[in-house]
Design a protein around this ligand. Structure first.
Ligand SMILES: [Cu+2]
Length: 354
């Protein structure tokens, strides 16, 4: 095959590719639609329902991360949700400022080339076919320019990848998200170990509360804002995936192992996500709802939970027996008990370390 034929074959392939991409783009987006119309009466309903727990949960006016239906905003429904983490902002910038312009320019350029070839070099307008098989200059150009484009994309791409793998700091707050068939459980490992079980609300209950059906849950995952959170995921039965688009967060929940990733949310609000790994019959009905609150409000919520303790309370509790040990051992030392003196020293060291 000479080079001309090769190039023509390549162009045919590109034409097919462009056609496929165009037809994909035209698919209706109705499947993603959510019925999320906010009902002002529903706020009052939620407020009266919130009498029993001491904690006042956010109402639907605080919803910040949720998908938008095509009938609400056609353009918004096709693009990313607004982002509420630093990684999300960076990724969105990379998409909007780097990837989309490059994709658009390349697509239009290739389309232009195709049209030019179709019009200028068809059988009718080009009776005598060219026998050119090599053109060194063009070959160098169509090798070097794509390489440069890839290098330009690689810089922010690898930066984003590295940022997403950043380990949480040692004092990050640990919350374990357990995937069950078919609901989520949130274990507050650093706050006394209680688990919040979170089930999807029925359509009626969700709409009554002014929240979108299939995203609203009975118990939200409450987390602090502006604090690094160590999210650990675990699959209790099969593989699930803990994904929240507006927080640029997705992590598989795998049986028999714990995955870990850092999450720092920048604004208080409600953020919706879903299980993102096909996990069985009710995979589509195990949504995630995160309620991000300032740290003091998060601590108040923790204390409203059975067995929930803030970190300060846990630290105080851990230090207390050590101090007691030290005191009782000092008494023993006065009585001449050498074993107890050693114990006292160990306890003091432990208290200092705590
Ligand atoms: Cu699942």
């Amino acid at each position: 095959m000479n080079f001309g034929a090769f190039a023509r074959k390549k162009l045919n392939f590109l034409a097919l590719f462009v056609l496929a991409a165009l037809s994909l783009g035209a698919l209706p987006y109705g499947a993603m639609a959510q019925e999320g119309a906010a009902d002002p009466d529903a706020v009052a309903v939620e407020e009266s329902a919130a009498e029993a727990p001491a904690f006042d949960y956010y109402g639907p006016e605080m919803i910040k991360g949720q998908p938008v239906g095509a009938e609400e905003d056609f353009v918004e429904s096709m693009t990313f949700q607004p982002q509420f983490t630093d990684n999300g902002d960076y990724a969105l910038w990379m998409h909007d400022a780097i990837l989309m312009p490059i994709i658009t320019v390349i697509s239009l350029f290739v389309l232009g080339l195709l049209l030019w070839v179709v019009v200028r070099y068809n059988k009718r307008s080009n009776k005598v076919a060219s026998r050119t098989s090599h053109n060194t200059l063009i070959e160098v150009i169509w090798t070097v320019i794509p390489v440069l484009i890839l290098v330009v994309i690689a810089v922010p791409s690898i930066t984003l990848l590295a940022r997403q793998y950043q380990s949480p700091p040692e004092d990050a707050l640990t919350i374990k998200a357990n995937g069950y068939q078919w609901y989520w459980g949130y274990e507050y490992v650093d706050n006394g170990g209680f688990e919040v079980v979170s089930n999807m609300l029925s359509e009626e209950a969700a709409l009554d509360a002014g929240e979108p059906h299939q995203l609203a849950v009975d118990n939200r995952m409450v987390v602090p804002v502006g604090v690094p959170i160590r999210i650990q995921t675990f699959g209790a039965d099969v593989i699930h995936s803990f994904g929240i688009p507006s927080l640029w967060f997705k992590l598989d929940a795998v049986p028999g192992r714990i995955n870990e990733k850092m999450l720092t949310i920048t604004e208080p609000g409600i953020y919706y996500g879903q299980c993102m790994e096909l996990c069985g019959a009710r995979h589509g009905y195990m949504p995630i709802a995160i309620e991000a609150r300032p740290l003091d409000e998060f601590n108040a919520w923790v204390q409203s939970q059975p067995g929930g303790m803030t970190r300060a309370q846990i630290e105080a509790q851990n230090a207390a027996p050590a101090v007691q040990d030290a005191e009782s051992a000092e008494d023993a030392a006065e009585a001449g008990d050498t074993e107890a003196v050693e114990e006292a020293e160990a306890a003091e060291a432990a208290a200092e370390a705590a």
